[in-house]
Design a protein around this ligand. Structure first.
Ligand SMILES: [Zn+2]
Ligand SMILES: [Zn+2]
Length: 331
């Protein structure tokens, strides 16, 4: 008997009502905020991901489905949705349109991870990107949109976590202070964190091991080391979020797992479970388009895993509207 490969699943007819419901809500919220749909291919040149996500990240080191095709090209099934959208933005000259260009996608994502509840090796994400503007008002809009999306799904008891991790100008000095702090704990941190300390110190802050988390709580905070521009940007953002009455909490340990993030990072989590089961998250990536060969182009985006949303809809017993009945019935 054949079975679906480990970490994948079939979406059977009885589950489809959830998927249609979420897709409909995605389309509604994206139209409301002026986002247009984009669909990129399921695989791209491997380099697109290793350069953007970062060579020293879990995704690139351990989780990518990379293969050589019959023509000898090195390709990777997309492990995240932002880099392909940025590649398309550059390839099709979308920088010539009025900025920011606002795009959204619903796409399959492939990561070789240990399967667990709501985490699959092939899963689906909904995400959106606003490219070409560094105004903190845009950050506020992107965060508001994510929050409104979950409210429109009737999901409750969520928390909105926010942080600023600075830019390439101010981050190096913060990382020095952070490494100095962790130098006192080299015997206490887990083996993964020992590697992170050498290669990707920012990721020390979001280790999920209990002892590492205790150490991270008292670590120096990135917001205390922001350059004046990043500080102003973050203060303005907090102001806008307060005006929108969004209940954000500053979380100094929130850094996100990808290297391309700058300044604003945020996550939406179920209150009870916290970071272990984040529903969605995003942030600014002001240098990514330039790193991919474009002009300096600030941008910000968000993505959420659809399976995890469904898991939470079920946990919270949210009633799902039945799929619409057939329009024509021939007996
Ligand atoms: Zn800065
Ligand atoms: Zn650790």
């Amino acid at each position: 008997m054949y079975r679906a490969p480990r970490g994948t699943s079939d979406i059977l007819p009885k589950e489809q009502a959830y998927w249609r419901y979420i897709e409909q809500m995605v389309v509604n919220v994206c139209q409301l905020y002026g986002y247009q749909r984009i669909d990129a291919p399921a695989f791209e040149d491997t380099q697109l991901f290793s350069r953007s996500v970062g060579e020293e990240t879990d995704i690139v080191e351990k989780q990518m489905y990379t293969f050589e095709d019959r023509g000898g090209n090195k390709l990777t099934l997309r492990p995240e949705g932002t880099a392909p959208v940025c590649r398309a933005y550059l390839e099709h000259g979308l920088h010539n349109l009025p900025q920011p260009v606002k795009l959204y996608y619903i796409a399959s994502i492939f990561r070789y991870e240990r399967p667990q509840a709501g985490r699959y090796r092939q899963h689906y994400q909904f995400g959106y990107e606003a490219i070409g503007d560094d105004d903190p008002a845009l950050d506020a809009e992107v965060i508001d949109m994510a929050w409104q999306f979950f409210l429109s799904l009737n999901l409750h008891r969520l928390s909105l976590q926010l942080n600023s991790i600075g830019c390439k100008k101010c981050r190096p000095s913060y990382l020095t202070v952070l490494k100095d702090y962790y130098a006192n704990y080299t015997h206490d941190i887990c083996s993964d964190c020992k590697t992170r300390l050498k290669r990707n110190p920012l990721r020390l802050l979001d280790c999920k091991k209990p002892l590492c988390q205790q150490i991270a709580v008292s670590a120096p905070r990135s917001i205390d080391y922001l350059c004046p521009q990043c500080e102003t940007h973050f203060n303005q953002l907090k102001n806008y979020l307060s005006l929108l009455e969004l209940p954000f909490e500053i979380n100094h340990c929130l850094v996100r797992g990808l290297d391309y993030y700058t300044r604003t990072v945020f996550e939406i989590q179920p209150e009870a479970e916290g970071a272990q089961s984040t529903l969605g998250g995003g942030g600014r990536y002001d240098d990514l388009i330039e790193e991919l060969g474009g002009k300096p182009t600030p941008a910000i985006g968000f993505a959420a895993g659809i399976e995890r949303i469904i898991l939470n809809l079920k946990k919270q017993d949210v009633p799902i509207p039945p799929p619409p009945p057939p329009q024509v019935f021939i007996p």
